[in-house]
Design a protein around this ligand. Structure first.
Ligand code: ATP
Length: 235
């Protein structure tokens, strides 16, 4: 469904991403593992139209060429970003944050059904609709951020380091929800620094080192790989 090839990004003379290629199928969870500064955020930003790739890049979602579209049109085409740091409207309620996710005419019409889907994935949020987002715990805020992205009825959900700042317990709880999102037919692409949890719930993984994808495989195989355990799992 998502097909990426030849995706390169530079900041001035610094090449942060070099000819990246990857795919994500409908209903699939894919993780890109990379250490600090490997280019994970750059990859996510390039897919979302927030930084411009070099000419020659190709990003298609269900056949639609995203690399030719501005960021807001990329969201309309079905790609939703959950940014690093969540970026919630911290003085607004959970309900208001979720409603803002359904801002496009196409998604506004489906807001009620989308909200039900969010509650199926995160039952906790149903009881917290009136709570001010800024008063929630980090893990709960991440749930709201993912819920808000789900309100855009995405074909593909992009998550930039969702486990950042969360305890292992909260990370596990959060990641258990991702297969429920994929089961609705959406693809999920996340980037992470070092997380057993992310590989445990993913179908496939890619390894990103200094802007280059150096390996890929089934998540179960990557979990067992000695190289991956040393470089990314802190073992
Ligand atoms: P982290 O896990 O620390 O967030 P990352 O894998 O997400 O790292 P990126 O943020 O994509 O890495 O950065 C990749 C490289 O590009 C780094 O060397 C970084 O310093 C550089 N870089 C990122 N953004 C910019 C920018 N706006 N201007 C200049 N260099 C940048």
């Amino acid at each position: 469904m998502l097909e990426v090839s030849g995706l390169s990004v530079s900041y001035g003379r610094h090449l942060a991403l070099e000819s990246a290629a990857l795919t994500v199928a409908a209903g699939e969870i894919v993780v890109v593992l990379g250490s600090n500064g490997a280019g994970k955020s750059t990859l996510i930003k390039a897919l979302s139209g927030l930084v411009a790739p070099h000419p020659g890049a190709r990003v298609t979602l269900d056949g639609t060429a995203l690399h030719k579209l501005p960021a807001h049109r990329i969201v309309e085409a079905g790609l939703a970003l959950v940014p690093e740091g969540r970026h919630l409207f911290s003085t607004l309620s959970v309900a208001e944050n979720l409603a803002l996710g359904a801002f496009m005419p196409r998604t506004r019409a489906q807001a009620e059904a989308s909200l039900e889907r969010v509650f199926e994935v995160f039952p906790k949020l149903k009881q917290r609709l009136g709570q001010i987002a800024g008063t929630m715990s980090g893990g709960e805020q991440q749930m709201v951020a993912i819920g808000r992205a789900m309100m855009t009825c995405p074909k593909l959900l992009l998550l930039d380091e969702p486990s950042l700042g969360l305890s292992p317990l909260l990370t596990a709880e959060l990641f258990r929800a991702l297969p429920r999102i994929a089961a609705t037919g959406a693809g999920v692409l996340l980037v992470e620094q070092n997380s057993h949890h992310s590989l445990a719930i993913s179908d496939r993984g890619y390894l990103l080192e200094k802007g280059v994808i150096t390996g890929q495989g089934a998540a179960a195989d990557l979990l067992k790989s000695e190289e991956v355990q040393k470089a990314y799992l802190g073992m």
